[in-house]
Design a protein around this ligand. Structure first.
Ligand SMILES: [Zn+2]
Length: 180
C-alpha cells in the first residue's frame, strides 16, 4: 500500500542543491503543483536550480484553493513562507493537504546567515516524515559546508540573493558579515 500525505524536507545552506532535488522529486510525477513565494521574482514563475534544471511554478502569498486537486506539492524557499510575505500558517496549510492525501516536499534553509534556525523550518521538521540534510562546498576551502554566510551586511534578515551576497561556509570559515 502506498502511503500518501507524506512530508519530505530538503534542508541545508545556500548552494547545497535544494532546488535541484525538489525539481527532480517533482519530475517523477505528473500531477505536481510547484509553489514559490510571491515576492521571490528572481526567476519568474519557475523553480530554477543552479545546475540548470527548471520547473514551472506558481508564485503565491496565500495557499492555493485548488491545492488538494494535486497529488504532490513542491514548495521552495520554505524559510520565506512567513508574514508579511505569506498570509496564513504554512505549517497548518501543509497539514491540511496532507490529511487529504497530498504528498508535500519542501526545500529551505535551516538556518539564516547568523546560524539562527528559521522557526517555520523547525516546525516543518517536527512534522516531516523524512528530512534530507544537504551540504554545499565551503566557498573558502571546499570542505562540506553546512552554514550560509553573508558577504556584507545589508540590514535585512530575509533577503534573496545569489553569489554576490551569500556564500556557503564550513564550520572553520563561517563568519558574520562585516559591518558596512
Ligand atoms: Zn572552509
Amino acid at each position: 500500500m502506498t502511503v500518501r500525505g507524506r512530508l519530505v524536507l530538503y534542508v541545508g545552506p545556500m548552494f547545497a542543491g535544494k532546488s535541484a532535488h525538489l525539481i527532480a522529486a517533482a519530475k517523477k510525477q505528473t500531477d505536481v503543483l510547484a509553489l514559490k513565494p510571491g515576492f521571490d521574482t528572481r526567476d519568474g514563475a519557475e523553480l530554477v536550480s543552479r545546475d540548470g534544471s527548471h520547473l514551472a511554478a506558481m508564485s503565491v502569498n496565500t495557499w492555493p484553493e485548488d491545492a488538494d486537486l494535486y497529488g504532490h506539492i513542491v514548495l521552495d524557499e520554505g524559510q520565506f513562507w512567513v508574514a508579511p510575505h505569506y498570509q496564513g500558517d504554512i505549517v497548518e496549510d501543509i497539514r491540511d493537504v496532507r490529511a487529504r492525501g497530498v504528498d508535500v516536499t519542501v526545500g529551505g534553509l535551516d538556518t539564516d546567515y547568523r546560524r539562527v534556525p528559521f522557526d517555520v523550518m523547525e516546525r516543518l521538521r517536527e512534522d516531516a516524515d523524512e528530512v534530507i540534510v544537504l551540504t554545499a562546498r565551503c566557498h573558502v576551502c571546499g570542505a562540506p559546508a553546512v552554514w550560509t554566510a553573508k558577504t556584507h551586511d545589508t540590514g535585512h534578515l530575509l533577503e534573496t540573493g545569489d553569489q554576490e551576497l551569500y556564500e556557503a561556509r564550513c564550520e572553520a570559515h563561517w563568519t558574520l558579515p562585516e559591518q558596512s
